[in-house]
Design a binder for this molecule. Structure first.
Ligand code: UD1
Ligand code: CA
Length: 462
């Protein structure tokens, strides 16, 4: 826990011009979650006194998305730079508290690193988070004299020699409220792209001139302090983050066939000896049991998959439950609220929605099962459809145990089929089948022997 007399300022008013987007930069998604949400969660974990969020550009969208967060919203109507942004918060800050400055576009900063800032900060000093980058392009560079930090120079204002400096400003710093306010009053504006801008980074030179002790602290991992200014940097950060998550899974026993082709946009709970093939995406909260195998290109969202189940390639599973030893796919789609009991099977090109499939039952090929309850040991033939929608309302199909449904059957809901019934291929079921037996529609097969298919003549062919 950071000192309780610490408040956090999160900067998120910038236009994000380099994103070329109508969405505020801080709301762009990293592993499925808005970047700003990571920063807010970290700030909350620190248990600080107040969290101030500086907003401006498209602030209304930001407010809507973050409506459940306890934040002090500070408007920066004109985005005149990071220094100007903090000037907007200054009147609310206490002289005797420490202020931690975070950025809406530096999402992966960790609580451990921020605690380190606090430990290292000297009384009446500044703890500045810096790091060394082989490719420092775009970041402010740390200027040192005799080893001491004396200032920060922005990329666009740096000389050729300064651009060679590999120590960069992450933007994150911890400073006393009184000092911050004093130096904020003294920063001057820079003319940039036809408007004046005030840089928070300028307080470092002012502090240094007044012999304020400035300590540099480095993040535990460089990924924590990476800023996102454009889609390329966002894509890079996404991959760094995904590889980090993949590494954690691998180190705790999950097999991933390729760490660069795995995406987790949420949380995964897993058992022992789980195998995940390439291009699998996990979203929301997913639980997978022991010895589960997930094939190439599957998308699994908010679902539970029990022990020994196998999901074959290119299947989509959303808000569903699979009991043990189920087999799904390839190319199957389990839509929300589907429940497959133990040892059931859903095969190629089958869509299941809001349905229950009993133990040992099989829906093998090319079928649609919606709003249905299927008993145990049922076999549903290829191309069977539950006609659940009459154009106005959805209706239920109920099928008992040990039912055999031949291929190409239409079950027009609402309809009930009793246990043990056999339905012949190509039957349309319009009414309930209350007792055991064979059901089929009377149809005639007619053959016209004197019939010739029309043929295209050569000239009319295009
Ligand atoms: C800033 C730092 C740079 C540092 C880098 C780290 C300054 C002048 N430069 O540069 O030294 O290396 O971050 O990532 O501080 N913002 C506002 N209001 C504004 C302008 C920006 O709230 O008027 C917010 C943005 O929404 C963003 C953050 O401040 O969250 C940083 O702004 P950005 O324009 O991205 O600064 P950088 O060029 O990355
Ligand atoms: Ca930035």
């Amino acid at each position: 826990m950071l000192n309780y007399s610490t408040s956090v300022v999160i900067l998120a008013a910038g236009k994000g011009t380099r994103m070329h987007s109508n969405i505020p930069k801080a709301l762009h998604l990293l592993a499925g979650k808005p970047m700003i949400q990571y920063v807010i969660n970290t700030a909350k974990e620190l248990n600080v006194k107040n969290i101030y969020l500086v907003y401006g550009h498209q602030g209304e969208i930001l407010k809507k998305i973050l409506k459940d967060e306890k934040l002090n919203w500070i408007l920066q109507a004109d985005q005149l730079g990071t220094g100007h942004a903090i000037q907007q918060v200054a009147p609310f800050l206490n002289d005797h508290e420490d202020i931690l400055i975070l950025y809406g576009d530096v999402p992966l900063i960790s609580t451990d690193t921020l605690r380190r800032l606090q430990l290292e900060k000297i009384d009446k000093g500044i703890a500045l988070l810096t790091m060394y980058l082989e490719e420092p392009f775009g970041y402010g560079r740390i200027i040192r004299k005799n080893g001491e930090i004396v200032g920060i120079i922005e990329q666009k204002n740096a000389t050729k020699e300064q651009l060679e400096i590999k120590e960069i400003n992450t933007g994150i710093l911890l400073i006393g409220g009184r000092d911050l306010k004093r130096w904020l009053n003294a920063i001057i504006n820079h003319q940039a792209e036809k408007k004046s801008e005030y840089y928070i980074t300028d307080i470092i030179a002012l502090a240094s001139k007044q012999n304020c002790p400035i300590v540099a602290v480095h993040p535990y991992e460089s990924i924590e302090a990476r800023g996102v200014n454009n889609h390329f940097e966002l894509a890079q950060l996404e991959r760094f983050y995904q590889i980090k998550q993949a590494k954690n899974l691998l180190l705790s026993g999950v097999t991933l066939y390729d760490i660069t082709r795995f995406d987790m946009r949420g949380r995964l709970e897993y058992g022992c000896d789980v195998i995940i093939d390439i291009n699998v995406i996990i979203e929301g909260n997913v639980v997978i049991g022991n010895r589960v195998k997930i094939g190439i290109g599957c998308f699994i969202k908010n679902s539970i998959i029990s022990d020994d189940s196998i999901i074959y390639s290119y299947s989509v599973i959303e808000d569903s439950y699979l009991g043990p030893r189920c087999r799904v796919g390839p190319f199957a789609h389990l839509r929300p609220n589907s429940k497959l009991e133990e040892n059931s099977q859903v095969g190629n090109f089958v869509e299941i929605k809001n349905s229950y499939v009993g133990e040992g039952s099989k829906v093998g090929h090319l079928s649609y099962v919606g709003d249905a309850k299927i008993g145990e040991n049922v076999n549903i033939g290829a191309g069977t459809v539950t006609c659940n929608y009459d154009g106005v309302k959805k209706h239920q199909t109920i099928i008992g145990d040990d039912v055999f449904i031949g291929s190409g059957t239409y079950l027009v809901a609402p309809v009930r089929v009793s246990s043990g019934v056999t339905i012949a291929a190509g039957t349309t079921i319009l009414r309930d089948i209350p007792s055991i037996g064979l059901v089929y529609n009377e149809k005639k097969q007619i053959i016209h022997n004197n019939w010739n298919r029309k043929k295209k003549n050569k000239e009319s062919e295009v």
